[in-house]
Design a protein around this ligand. Structure first.
Ligand code: MG
Ligand code: ZN
Length: 189
């Protein structure tokens, strides 16, 4: 079975800039390349899991999300790296202006539909896997799926950290960024 890192996209892998609507706004955090490299060298499947309700809200077309992910992998290819798979949730349960995206779906984080799909495709052992992101939603996602969890302090992380109240909110690790989270989690595997 495979180990996997389920990684949040905005505010973790790339800069949080609200709803990205142009490909040239995609920018890795300084140490994201190193983080992806360490995951790759350590034998993890690298799976992006991202809520993209901007699609439901009519801010961006679904094709743009797909193109953004192609661009991310093209940028990583320059370093001989890649994301193994991108999963995104285009839905919103209430605020969708496009009818087909108005859904109380099973993929919107913290629900585990995206992780479940990846587990089937890549034969993943969730107990040996982890989830990293800048929101408590990411922590909840990891807990709901049964992985270890890390909250990073990039993106919304500093604000989200203040909202930790219960054990359900508390990640296994708080890290200053994606790379530090990977370092800590890979070491403790
Ligand atoms: Mg995020
Ligand atoms: Zn969804």
């Amino acid at each position: 079975m495979n180990r996997a890192a389920f990684i949040d996209r905005d505010g973790n892998l790339i800069h949080e800039v609200g709803y990205i609507s142009s490909l040239d706004r995609i920018k890795f955090y300084t140490r994201s390349i190193k983080a992806v490299k360490l995951l790759s060298e350590s034998g993890y499947k690298i799976i992006v899991v991202t809520n993209q309700s901007g699609v439901a809200r009519g801010y961006i077309p679904e094709s743009f999300v797909k193109n953004a992910h192609k661009k991310i992998n093209a940028m990583l290819a320059e370093y001989g790296l890649k994301i193994d798979a991108f999963y995104y949730c285009p839905h919103h349960p209430k605020k969708a202006v496009i009818k087909k995206y108005l859904a109380d779906c099973s993929c919107r984080k913290p629900k585990t539909g995206m992780i479940e799909a990846a587990v089937k495709r890549f034969n993943i052992d969730l107990k040996k896997s982890f989830t990293i992101g800048d929101k408590l939603t990411d922590v909840h996602l990891g807990k709901n799926a049964g992985t270890k969890t890390a909250l990073v302090l990039t993106g919304y992380g500093k604000e989200e950290k203040k909202l930790i109240k219960t054990d359900y909110d508390r990640p296994d690790i708080v890290a200053k960024d994606f790379y530090q989270a990977v370092r800590m989690l890979v070491k403790n595997k």
